[in-house]
Design a protein around this ligand. Structure first.
Ligand code: ADE
Length: 258
């Protein structure tokens, strides 16, 4: 997968050299390119923002640097939403615009993004990017405006780090054990609307605390049921909204399957 990020703070993306994403890059599974938006400015101050039309507080990112940057990075790539390019042509990029006004980022969207061959992220600062930029590229690309949560950050760079990590760990070969994201909270499957319960490792006794007996029993059916019960209790406590989306029959089927 190729990932391009256009930002006025390229150094903010340095964590993409570390840990899971850094290793995936080193192994050639991910091609990440970070671009400084100011490369496409030509005045002495490398200006990227201006006052908003209609008045109001804050500044808006100017369309020209974004347009030039995206034209150069995207080249001639086009893909009206929902279509795939012909064999042998450059894969169609998906443009991901982090904004608190976007659709919520969740595991389902992470899975969808992980299936794209090429993602281009446009993290903004200030009050956001001149709307014409998004409209311009939405005419020829699959453009997604995405929010990582109901709070306002100072810019889209931290959301890009969040989204790239969530996507990268889903790519084939990135996680050591190909199965290891299947049990994640929010992963598709019979427990899809439940949060993961508690986990334990050695030593069996730490301070005055032991391990729940059932986990030492070797009884896979009882362990699965205990994990399901723990997941349900945690979900009820922390995310009662998810319980409402739970299909009780699928939980019973899960129990029987163990
Ligand atoms: N930019 C600022 N806040 C944001 C958020 N919550 N999600 C995505 N981009 C943002």
């Amino acid at each position: 997968m190729r990932i391009d990020v256009v930002t006025i703070f390229p150094e903010y993306l340095e964590p993409l050299n570390v840990s899971l994403v850094g290793k995936a890059r080193a192994r050639g599974l991910l091609d990440v390119r970070v671009h400084d938006l100011r490369r496409w400015t030509y005045d002495r101050h490398h200006t990227v923002d201006d006052t908003p039309y209609g008045g109001g507080p804050g500044m808006v990112m100017k369309p020209e640097p974004w347009g030039e940057a995206l034209d150069e990075i995207l080249g001639t790539a086009t893909s009206p939403a929902g279509t795939t390019p012909a064999a042998g042509t450059t894969p169609a990029p998906m443009l991901v615009v982090p904004t608190p006004g976007g659709r919520p980022f969740d595991q389902e969207l992470a899975v969808e993004l992980s299936g794209a061959p090429w993602l281009v992220f446009t993290p903004a600062r200030y009050e956001g990017i001149d709307r014409r930029v998004i409209d311009e590229y939405a005419d020829r690309l699959d453009v997604r405006e995405v929010s990582i949560g109901d709070y306002v950050l100072a810019g889209g760079e931290a959301p890009v780090l969040v989204m790239v990590e969530a996507v990268a760990r889903l790519l084939p070969g990135v996680l050591g054990n190909a199965e290891s994201h299947q049990d994640d909270s929010f992963a598709a499957g019979p427990m899809s609307h439940l949060l993961e319960g508690p986990v334990y490792t050695k030593p069996p006794q730490w301070r005055d605390r032991g391990i729940p007996e059932v986990l030492l029993s070797g009884h896979h059916g009882r362990i699965a049921r205990w994990r399901r019960d723990q997941a349900l209790a945690r979900t009820a406590a922390n995310r009662p909204d998810l319980i409402a989306r739970c299909d009780p029959s699928s939980l019973d089927a899960h129990d029987r399957a163990e």
